[in-house]
Ligand binder design. Structure first.
Ligand code: PLP
Length: 490
């Protein structure tokens, strides 16, 4: 290939100008797409979306060029992407993204640092380490705490369960799982988490060779928080039965209800039985930014490990999650040295190879998004965004409680409200109506809300993480639900 042929932005002054033009064109495409959108989604069915792609060839023999490709994307794809910034979108813990973090996402793709070894990402490695320390301090964790960015809460939780298992085996059984595989007693290992916890705890046990039955679901109280009397009883029963409790995974912000387990009580129980305490704060970690609500996470600072997702309440693009470990020397349980990547002698000279504490090898420079957006917005603005969602959820709950035709499950602790429409004709019609309402909201109105099951019944869910949302906007959606219910029933 000729030396003067530009392939990448940055190859020449001209290629940079061309790239700048593509950015401007992309900005224009975004402006046009957002200006003609209504609702959160075009409402298309799976079949209709497949039709759009029916005659598409992924790899044409001659490329279309960037301009035409951008235009084609704008025509075929963008109009059917969900607008996560719409106030009609509240299905999941899936957020709109802040402008500074989007710019960071662009920069981290252009520079494409990979976080495995220092020579692939010198400044990026130092910045990730710095962001981790600062976030740990914001969360009130001890100064020794260290961590690593991960692909999401599921991976962070897997790391927690893995380290809990391996440090138990190393410390109590003098058995090195890394070298030898599972110890003979592995079928007796037990992990405790609440019935309302995220499924990634069970999935972790499955991947770790313990089987998901090693996870004991602890009953929750009326407000969907782990019941510590039940936890204690289950641990004692298991010990009496010859089983081996190793860890408790408390949840700070359950996926459906946003409920926060009693973290201080759970710490006491873990101390009493010498168990690892993990806090899955994938959702609830957002409260660390709020002076008014931070105290709801009291006890998290005493955890052995913590999961935090920045791609939920912190409004960062997917993916952006953090795993924190109170005693970072335990990262050794994961570490494998490779001559071609992370030589042991480098570390002695102060070069950090983050691959040593990560399940992933090649890894994104997600810390830049957190750094740029925290700096740009500052604590006051970020805090008010988060507080407005928490305040709104309570208002919505009160409104639902005051309505005859709606029922809410429990008062929110963070920002999600689980509820259902009540048919005047009773339970069996109520049950069939709610699922149907959700589908019609998507396809007829472009409104996307969540759905879950509570005690065997279908419920709807609003996950409020958009600071622009107002009670009026919610009431409009609830009125739409009422009129859809009428339409379906007649
Ligand atoms: C979202 C969530 C997870 C999973 O996180 P991902 O980033 O989706 O992998 C785990 N735990 C809780 C409580 C969550 O809300």
């Amino acid at each position: 290939m000729a030396a003067d042929k530009a392939v990448f932005p940055g190859d020449s002054d001209q290629s940079l100008r061309d790239f700048q033009e593509l950015l401007a064109q992309t900005g224009e495409v975004l402006r046009r797409d957002f200006s003609c959108r209504t609702g959160a989604f075009s409402g298309r069915t799976p079949g209709e979306l497949k039709d759009i792609l029916a005659d598409d060839t992924l790899l044409p023999s001659r490329g279309l060029g960037s301009r035409e490709t951008i235009n084609l994307t704008a025509e075929k794809i963008l109009p059917h992407l969900v607008n996560v910034a719409s106030t009609d979108y509240m299905a999941h813990l899936h957020c709109a993204t802040l402008p500074d973090s989007i710019i960071a996402e662009l920069l981290l793709s252009v520079y494409n640092q990979s976080m495995d070894s220092w020579d692939q990402a010198p400044m990026a490695t130092e910045l990730e380490l710095h962001v981790i320390k600062e976030v740990a301090a914001l969360a009130g964790l001890s100064p020794e705490t260290d961590g690593v960015f991960t692909s999401g809460g599921s991976q962070s939780n897997l790391m927690a369960m893995l380290l809990a298992r391996d440090s138990y085996a190393a410390g109590r059984l003098n058995h090195d799982i890394r070298k030898l595989g599972l110890p003979d007693s592995f079928r007796k290992f037990r992990i405790y988490t609440s019935e309302a916890a995220h499924f990634s705890i069970e999935k972790s046990a499955q991947l770790m060779g313990l089987g998901f039955r090693a996870v004991r679901p602890v009953p929750v109280d009326r407000r969907k928080r782990m019941s510590t009397p039940h936890l204690e009883r289950m641990i004692r029963e298991d010990l009496d039965g010859g089983l081996i409790p190793i860890a408790v995974s408390a949840t700070a912000g359950t996926t459906d209800f946003g409920s926060i387990d009693p973290l201080e009580d759970i710490r006491r129980t873990c101390d009493e039985y010498r168990l690892w305490m993990h806090v899955d704060a994938a959702y609830g970690a957002g409260l660390i930014l709020s002076d008014r609500y931070r105290s709801r996470l009291k006890g998290m600072e005493k955890a052995d490990s913590v999961t935090m997702d920045f791609h939920k309440m912190f409004m960062q693009p997917v993916s952006c999650s953090l795993f924190l470990l109170r005693n970072p020397s335990l990262f050794e349980l994961l570490e494998i040295h490779a001559d071609y990547l992370n030589r042991e002698e480098d570390e002695e000279e102060g070069y950090t190879h983050l691959v040593g504490r990560s399940l992933a090898t090649t890894r994104r420079f997600d810390a830049l998004k957190v750094w740029m957006s925290f700096k740009s917005l500052g604590r006051e603005t970020l805090s008010s965004h988060i507080e407005s969602s928490v305040d709104m959820a309570l208002e919505v709950y009160r409104y639902l409680e005051g309505s005859d035709d709606f029922e809410a499950v429990t008062e929110p602790e963070i920002s999600s409200v689980v509820f259902r429409y009540l048919s005047p004709r009773g339970e069996s019609e109520t049950e069939s109506l709610n699922g149907e309402i959700r589908k019609r909201l998507i396809h007829d109105r472009g409104i996307i809300i969540g759905q879950t099951r509570v005690e065997g019944k279908t419920f709807l869910k609003m996950t409020l993480m958009n600071p622009k949302i107002t009670l009026d906007a919610i009431k409009r959606i609830l009125n739409t639900i009422r009129s859809l219910a009428e339409a379906i029933r007649s």
